[in-house]
Design a protein around this ligand. Structure first.
Ligand code: GLY
Length: 360
């Protein structure tokens, strides 16, 4: 599979996507830290499955490594865990010529990336992303950070990695539930991209197990390519990058209403896509047929989600108290048709309420 480049001038980097691409790690490490040491931070879930093998591989190929394994969860995506990582790096006397490697899903890459952005005012880092959600979203684009008691991801920095490894062999060890939650983000990209990606999302559900891997590989590569292109054009979310939040205004509100329990992020995004599709109908003049076709695909993914109880009033309230919006009015990413997202602001509460009722 061809590598994907995030084009950011001197801070450009490559995302390697494919089965077994972890083999390329020693070359990347030597390239990005010819003189320095390597600090590997594993999330404990990743370590239990792949850590021993990876650690042995790194030691045999590049020599001594410095390693830390920590448990992570949304609750542990906190200042305390960040301090734990920074304390470790400083106690090992990390220097600016060293490299930090984050191994695991999106939570560890967000935390380690934020530590890398701030320790010694910035140290290079790379990512071995092992979850579907991590590969198609968190690992790409340099958004790093942690949760604050006032909300998710409210503290952080843009700090681009030097490389990203998306080894598709790691996907085989994900639970079905986590895999399907990752598909939430993939189905989001299908709405933004349209065309063949929609077909692939549908065939993913209809295909025999032997054919699924090929479709998955294609969907991951397409998602990574799309995100890399958007980030290359708008690194710090001036405007264009906002389209990646398609389904997320509703999705984040759902997560907040459920107190971040009961649904995984990607699952909330799937439900959020239904709200965004309905809102597209209410405030745009969309291509009705193609939107309905996309909605049918999203619905099939939503049907298998755990049951949840969502109250319209609370959801609208959660959307209007989204701390990330600051003092501005609301903003939604809608579709005129699959492949044609639009950014819309200041939608009335009444119309949002109608979309929420249908979407939830
Ligand atoms: N997760 C959305 C973004 O990276 O912009």
């Amino acid at each position: 599979m061809p590598n994907v480049k995030v084009n950011l001038g001197p801070r450009s980097y490559t995302v390697l996507v494919g089965a077994g691409v972890t083999d390329k790690l020693p070359g990347l490490i030597s390239k990005h830290t010819p003189e320095g040491r390597l600090f590997v931070i594993y999330d404990s879930g990743f370590y239990a499955l792949h850590g021993h093998k990876l650690s042995k591989f790194l030691k045999s190929s590049i020599g001594k490594t410095h390693e830390l394994t920590i448990p992570v969860s949304e609750r542990l995506k906190s200042q305390k865990t960040l301090d734990q990582i920074i304390d470790y790096l400083l106690s090992e006397r990390i220097s600016r010529s060293d490299l930090i490697l984050a191994c695991g899903g999106g939570i560890i890459s967000d935390l380690v990336g934020f530590a890398a952005s701030s320790v010694l005012r910035g140290v290079r880092w790379g990512i071995v992303s092992s979850t579907l959600l991590g590969m198609v979203d968190a690992a790409i684009g340099g958004k790093t950070g942690l949760n604050h008691k006032q909300g998710k991801n409210l503290v952080g920095a843009f700090w681009q990695p030097s490389f990203v490894i998306c080894d598709l062999n790691h996907l085989g060890t994900l639970s079905d539930r986590h895999f399907m939650a990752g598909m939430g983000e993939v189905v989001k990209y299908a709405g933004l991209v349209g065309g063949r990606m929609l077909e692939d999302c549908r065939s993913f559900l209809d295909s025999e197990p032997h054919a699924v891997d090929k479709i998955t590989d294609r969907l991951v590569a397409q998602s990574v390519r799309y995100k890399a292109d958007i980030v290359s054009k708008d690194e710090t979310e001036g405007r264009l990058r906002m389209v990646l939040n398609f389904g997320h205004t509703f999705g984040h509100a759902i997560e907040r209403c459920l107190n971040y329990r009961g649904l995984l992020h990607g699952e909330a995004v799937l439900i959020g896509l239904l709200g965004a599709i309905e809102l597209s109908r209410l405030v745009r003049k969309p291509n009705v047929g193609s939107l309905a076709e996309y909605e049918q695909i999203v619905l099939r993914y939503v049907q298998v989600l755990p049951k949840r109880k969502l109250r319209t009033k609370e959801l609208i309230e959660a959307m209007s108290t989204d701390k990330k919006r600051g003092g501005r009015g609301n903003r939604f990413i809608l579709l005129d048709r699959p492949g044609k997202p639009v950014i819309i602001e200041n939608v009335s509460k009444q119309i949002i309420g109608r979309a929420v009722e249908v979407g939830s």
